[in-house]
Ligand binder design. Structure first.
Ligand SMILES: CC(C)(COP(=O)(O)OP(=O)(O)OC[C@H]1O[C@@H](n2cnc3c(N)ncnc32)[C@H](O)[C@@H]1OP(=O)(O)O)[C@@H](O)C(=O)NCCC(=O)NCCS
Length: 162
């Protein structure tokens, strides 16, 4: 597996992948945003085409996960978990306070993923999503403690020690 920051050469592939995963994103625009961070993951390091991506926006001391997607043929291989781990490492390295996101109420895969990484569920946002209309669940990971060089090494942790 290989994780790297998205490059301009990967815009088309990630746009296609995002679309397949149900996101309507303008990846060229995202690359230009100073506050946007995009990581891509490959099962095979040498593959031209990335298999998964994560887009997060930085807002003061928070990181918001805007989109996370894995190609249908590369799921349950740990790519999404590794990408969230990369984001968490970035957040820790930059002394950020928390990681936030919203997820569809019915998205059991994503909810399980985030819960397995220590995220907590928060408020329900009624009818937050459209097509189809559905409630959104807020999830967050508070980084109130550091000391974790490799956030992926211990799936049990809930908070990283400062
Ligand atoms: C949600 C999604 C990103 C997971 O990607 P992935 O690369 O397959 O996830 P991982 O292999 O890293 O899975 C890590 C953990 O998440 C949970 N998980 C992932 N897919 C799951 C599923 N279909 N059902 C239940 N739990 C699931 C499991 O706890 C899994 O650990 P395990 O395989 O050891 O049991 C992927 O299903 C996807 O792209 N879905 C469509 C887009 C989306 O819903 N994005 C999230 C909204 S922000």
């Amino acid at each position: 597996m290989r994780i790297s920051s998205m490059t301009t050469a990967e815009v088309d592939a990630i746009s296609e992948l995002a679309n397949e995963c149900g996101f309507h994103l303008e990846m060229t625009l995202e690359l230009e945003r100073k506050f946007a961070h995009i990581w891509v993951a490959r099962v095979n390091s040498d593959s031209v085409k990335p298999d998964a991506f994560l887009l997060a926006w930085q807002a003061a001391d928070e990181m918001d996960i805007i989109a996370l997607g894995t190609a249908a043929n590369a799921r349950r291989l740990g790519l999404a978990r590794a990408l969230v781990g990369e984001l968490l490492q970035f957040a820790v390295n930059n002394a950020m306070d928390r990681i936030l996101l919203e997820v569809r109420n019915s998205n059991a895969a994503a909810i399980h993923l985030y819960q397995s990484l220590g995220f907590h569920t928060g408020r329900i946002r009624e009818a937050y999503y459209s097509d189809p209309t559905e409630d959104g669940i807020e999830m967050s990971l508070i980084i109130d403690a550091l000391g974790c060089n490799n956030p992926m090494s211990d799936s049990q942790y809930v908070e990283v020690r400062k």
